[in-house]
Design a protein. Structure first.
Length: 542
């Protein structure tokens, strides 16, 4: 309107200078007024956007009652990418600082922190960041708000442990990430025999400070499967310390030994039995121990954990792995992991095992959802991220899988398996040239040998491929039967692939649990003998 008025003033001066008749000026004024009205209407009815002119959407107040607008596809996509704000009842337990002056006591302060984390994770109404992500910040003196933002939590529990002889001083403080306010702070000077009472008191105080109501069921399960034997507890913490160091043979064997010592001190220690079963299972899976140990030690320990503590999720979790990989018991494995998930949905390893169960039996969408849930609980965990990538690989979502595998390698360039699996993704995408340098860097030799045999043959370098296969057979013999079958399938030697797969099944190779989903076996899926093998395993497509 202002512009129209200014224009009219200018035109009036011009028209007077030239002696223009009055009717011309009146006509111009009418046109300017009409134009202003039209401009006002269009400004109200339309918006200018980067994509052109669009109708103005009604505000929420103007919309008819009972109707809501749906976000555009772009807005929905952006909402998924953005990290959601932490909910009120969420916490991360940072590793307590070892103030004892003895580095050998590090396992105790770390272990106590992890036990507090595990206790809190059993409270259904509380979201607890998983161990790997919380311990990622060990030794860092960064801003609490930044740490909480990285872990997606509203509060952080930190503290220190000073052990001297039979006495221990524990300091714990719960900090509100948004304002740095101490929601809870306490110092305990106790005998080591009181460590369990201190642990419970801290857990209860944290939940109360976060306004989380402990239900009767939650209260009952906080210390399921634990011990009241201080020395057994310390050995258990030693076992967890070694297990968390990695999947190398020395660490896993040391973990198994410590769990066994805990059991010797307290034969009713269900958590120690679950830890022992897990350590031995990982030794077998990584080819550091013979498969016979599954029956002689692993299954026995897992059953004992369940027998001693039927409400302990960890026993069912490891049992699910045994039933799936070594017994090929599809229904039994499903039942075990569903029980574990019901008992402790906040446990990241339980979520991962649940995702594995879904993935192995072709429920790919559900598997990805579960794997992402585990990743959300443990965002900087190489294990959680690696498993998400693995699930995406089995779902044939190769580009997405490669992206997550790259994230794992960014966290740890030497982490085993992603190099081989990236190579297989690239191979499935028809790019063996890019696959070769990836598989050459794989640190696990049995994966490297089988991957090299497949990629080199695809590149036409048959003699080198034969050398790699020969190395796999020489170094791993029966333990590498499943990988040999993968190689033969990719070479197109379908008869040899099926024969070797049957041998792997008879030997009890855990690789046969992947029969339904392994992309490397796709060349033989339509063969009648493959269908017969599936009948032997009892696997059914869900």
């Amino acid at each position: 309107m202002v512009v129209a008025w200014l224009l009219a003033q200018v035109l009036q001066l011009v028209f007077e200078s030239f002696g223009t008749p009055d009717w011309v000026m009146k006509t111009v004024l009418v046109l300017l007024t009409a134009g202003w009205l039209l401009a006002l209407f269009f400004a109200w009815a339309f918006d200018m956007t980067p994509d052109g002119i669009r109708l103005t959407e009604k505000s929420e107040k103007e919309k008819p009652a009972g109707k809501t607008s749906k976000p555009s596809p772009v807005a929905a996509s952006e909402a998924v990418v953005e990290t959601p704000g932490p909910i009120r009842a969420s916490v991360a337990v940072l590793p307590f600082v070892n103030m004892s002056g003895d580095p050998e006591n590090e396992y105790f302060s770390d272990g106590l922190s992890e036990e507090l984390l595990n206790v809190l994770a059993k409270v259904n109404a509380l979201k607890v960041a998983a161990r790997t992500s919380s311990f990622h910040f060990k030794g860092q003196t960064g801003n609490i708000a930044e740490i909480a933002k990285s872990l997606g939590v509203a509060a952080v529990l930190e503290g220190s442990v000073r052990q001297s002889g039979s006495r221990v001083r524990i300091t714990a403080q719960l900090i509100n990430a948004s304002d740095g306010y101490h929601m809870y702070s306490e110092t305990f000077d106790r005998d080591l025999t009181d460590i369990f009472a201190v642990q419970d008191e801290i857990a209860y105080s944290v939940t109360e400070a976060l306004k989380v109501k402990l239900l009767g069921d939650d209260t009952a399960i906080l210390n399921i499967g634990g011990t009241q034997n201080t020395e057994a507890f310390k050995q258990y913490l030693q076992g967890m310390h070694y297990r968390n160091r990695g999947s190398d043979q020395a660490s896993l064997q040391s973990a198994a030994n410590a769990f066994q010592r805990a059991i010797d001190l307290d034969p009713g220690y269900a958590q120690a039995y679950a830890g022992l079963a897990t350590a031995w299972e990982e030794l077998v899976t990584n080819n550091f121990a013979e498969i016979e140990l599954i029956t002689s030690k692993v299954s026995v320990a897992a059953k004992k954990a369940i027998e001693l503590a039927p409400d302990l999720a960890e026993g069912y979790q490891v049992m699910s792995r045994i039933l799936l990989h070594y017994k090929l018991d599809q229904e039994g494995s499903r039942e075990a992991i569903h029980t574990a998930l019901k008992l402790n949905p906040g446990n990241v390893e339980v979520q991962i095992e649940y995702a594995r169960s879904k993935s192995m039996f072709l429920a790919h969408d559900e598997a990805v959802v579960a794997a992402r849930a585990a990743q959300e609980l443990d965002p900087v965990s190489m294990f959680a991220n690696h498993f998400l990538a693995h699930v995406l690989y089995f779902a044939r979502r190769y580009d997405e899988a490669i992206t997550v595998y790259r994230k794992v390698l960014k966290l740890d360039p030497h982490y085993p398996r992603p190099r081989y699996e990236i190579a297989m993704c690239l191979l499935m995408k028809g790019d063996p040239d890019s696959a070769l340098p990836e598989v050459e860097q794989e640190p696990l030799t049995w994966m490297k040998f089988s991957g090299m045999a497949i990629v080199l043959q695809r590149l036409g370098r048959n003699e080198e491929a034969e050398v790699s296969l020969a190395a796999l057979i020489r170094d791993y013999r029966e333990n590498g039967l499943y990988q040999q079958a993968q190689v033969y399938a990719q070479w197109g030697d379908l008869g040899k692939a099926l024969q070797t797969l049957n041998e792997a099944h008879e030997y009890g190779d855990p690789g046969t649990s992947q029969l339904l989903v392994d992309p490397l076996l796709d060349p033989i899926r339509q063969e009648p003998q493959f269908a017969e093998l599936l009948k032997k395993t009892g696997f059914q497509q869900s």
